[in-house]
Design a protein around this ligand. Structure first.
Ligand SMILES: Nc1ncnc2c1ncn2[C@@H]1O[C@H](COP(=O)(O)OP(=O)(O)OP(=O)(O)O)[C@@H](O)[C@H]1O
Ligand SMILES: [Mg+2]
Length: 101
């Protein structure tokens, strides 16, 4: 979705609700009929939130994904190398903390 499409939602209740939910660290599901503008709204919200927080937006299409393994592969496949490089550090911390329990 092109960036100029964001202005279609500017100031709308849906966009404000979405941005507030992202700030609250909530998971958000955007539901609606085909071609209703769900993906456009998701992009507009994600871009506005990312701009404010200095985050990057990563789009992962999980259509036709059946297992969590497939989903993980797709998600990892979309991450930039700079983030992949920091993952071993987090994984090391996870195994350390479970070892503690
Ligand atoms: N707020 C809006 N005003 C006008 N047109 C819009 C708006 N939002 C989206 N559109 C247009 O409507 C079409 C469908 O938008 P989009 O792909 O976001 O919908 P969708 O709900 O994700 O569709 P699908 O169900 O196929 O995934 C696109 O051509 C898009 O440019
Ligand atoms: Mg869509």
């Amino acid at each position: 979705m092109r960036k100029d499409k964001e202005s279609l939602f500017e100031g709308s209740e849906e966009l404000n609700k979405l941005i507030n939910a992202l700030h609250a660290k909530s998971w958000v599901a955007i539901l609606g009929p085909r071609m209703a503008g769900k993906t456009s709204l998701a992009w507009a919200g994600a871009n506005a939130f990312a701009e404010k927080m200095k985050y990057k937006v990563i789009f992962v299409d999980l259509k036709n994904t059946e297992t969590s393994r497939q989903a993980t592969k797709k998600i990892l496949g979309r991450l930039p190398k700079s983030i992949l490089d920091t993952l071993p550090k987090y994984i090391a911390e996870i195994s350390f903390s479970t070892g503690d329990i």
